[in-house]
Design a protein around this ligand. Structure first.
Ligand code: FAD
Length: 414
């Protein structure tokens, strides 16, 4: 009988884990709380070579058609002048594109929607998942791939909470065909920075609706990091009916005055080309968090539970490696289980050693990248090291170096 993994969470981390475990001869079943296939949050996804290699291992024929290749990095000043242009090499894909490929390649019986996990009972012989409707499932191992608000993590590490970083990101996307031709020709094919004081705007092309990567049918993705104190955040998260939302607000509920305000701020603070595209889009906001777990493998008397992806560690998005990290976690877990055979506890011990170090390293690296935005409310003379305001040259140098730093972190695991 093959060993059986119960994977809680059917987003990219859970799907990749299911494919990799099936690849080493396990039976793997994904349990997702949503009743229907997951909707796209409509935003782009940076890819890294590690992610592409792991997708290939999952049997996904990832190639250039699954993303939009970017070969230049630009920086625009407040007046829209190009003040820096350098070569770069990036493939920007889309969350929905990867989700669809991974989901379709998994046999239907291995992906169960409408299953809200509530708790796990682990013993020397296995783990039992208990769901909100009272049903139970038994397996040899339970994997929490249930994201930043992980219910699996909460059972074992109730004190591990996401920490608000002191800033938010506004995200927006615009269909390529809605972009005025002069702006399209100038910035669309590039990875474009704009740097208002203590803020950061990045724009780049991504697959369009229906994951299309054909010229004319792609989309332009914008992210804008802005310092936001607790009172400002509470206001942004208060919806049209006056109801406050604690951690995130569904995009349709953002108040019209907030949308009008951010579009006016775009006109006042960022390069006119990007401000124009931003004004034509439907922006939404996300607070930025750090999350670190003090352990990622649990269970007594024998470890039978593991966390991966955002359930384990969440790094700020500056490195663009959230999905890559989830994929590396899943690969490390599958490799450890393959190497240790029946000794799941030994495999989880190895997994914990590898991915704890990697997760901590990634959180620290991304925190350093965002330190100057987080420090925006500190007097300049009190800012130290990475908290000091960034100039475009250091930012672009960090952009170029981030791939090597990620590679080095991944290589240093174990
Ligand atoms: C719908 C969706 C769209 C996204 N779109 C983008 C995007 O466009 N760009 C981008 O950069 N990132 C996006 N992300 C985030 C990105 O996928 C993650 O940050 C990263 O891949 C790590 O993923 P993860 O699988 O560890 O966690 P997540 O992607 O957060 O997935 C966690 C999954 O667990 C499920 N879950 C949570 N609690 C339970 C429970 N109790 N029982 C059962 N299931 C549970 C959630 O519904 C979710 O599907 C998206 C995530 C989701 C869920």
């Amino acid at each position: 009988m093959p060993k059986r993994a119960l994977i809680i969470g059917g987003s990219l981390g859970g799907l990749i884990a299911a494919h990799l475990l099936r690849g080493i001869g396990w039976d793997a079943v994904v349990f997702e709380r949503n009743a229907e296939d997951l909707p796209s949050r409509g935003a782009g996804l940076g890819t890294h070579q590690h992610l592409i290699d792991i997708l290939h291992r999952c049997g996904i024929a990832f190639d250039d058609s699954m993303g939009v290749r970017v070969t230049a990095v630009l920086c625009l000043d407040r007046d829209g002048r190009i003040v820096l242009r350098e070569k770069t090499e990036r493939l920007m894909s889309g969350w929905a594109r990867l989700y669809r490929s991974l989901r379709e390649a998994l046999p239907e019986e291995c992906y169960r929607l409408n299953h809200t996990f509530t708790r796990v009972e682990a013993d020397a012989h296995g783990a039992t998942a208990i769901f909100a409707d009272g049903t139970r499932e038994r397996g040899d191992l339970l994997i929490g791939a249930d994201g930043i608000r992980s219910t699996v993590r909460a059972q074992f590490l109730p004190d591990a909470q996401p920490l608000y970083a002191g800033y938010i990101v506004w995200r927006a996307m615009l269909d390529e065909r809605e972009i005025p031709e002069n702006i399209r020709a100038e910035i669309f094919p590039a990875y474009t920075f704009c740097l208002p004081q203590d803020e950061q705007v990045i724009g780049y092309p991504v697959p369009g609706r229906d994951n299309d990567t054909e010229a004319g049918r792609r989309a332009y993705n914008m992210v804008w990091y802005r310092p936001t104190d607790a009172a400002m955040l509470a206001d942004l998260l208060t919806d049209k009916s006056g109801r406050p939302h604690e951690l995130a607000i569904p995009p349709p509920l953002i108040r019209p005055d907030i949308i009008a305000g951010i579009k006016a701020a775009a006109r006042a603070r960022i390069a006119p080309q990007i401000a124009e595209l931003f004004a034509r889009s439907a922006p939404f906001l996300q607070p930025i968090f750090d999350l670190e777990s003090s352990a990622i493998a649990f269970g007594a008397p024998v470890q039978r539970v593991a966390l991966l992806g955002d359930a384990a560690f969440v790094a700020r998005p500056h490195v663009g490696a959230g999905v890559t990290k989830a994929a590396l976690d899943a690969a490390s877990l599958a490799d450890a289980l393959a190497a240790h055979g029946d000794d799941i506890a030994a495999a989880l011990a190895r997994y914990g050693r590898e991915e704890m170090r990697f997760g901590r390293g990634l959180v620290a690296m991304a925190r350093e990248e965002g330190a100057y935005i987080e420090a925006a409310f500190k007097p300049l003379q009190e800012r130290r090291g990475a908290e000091r305001p960034r100039d475009i040259h250091s930012l672009v140098a960090a952009h170029h170096a981030s791939r090597d730093r990620l590679r080095a972190l991944a290589a240093a695991r174990g």
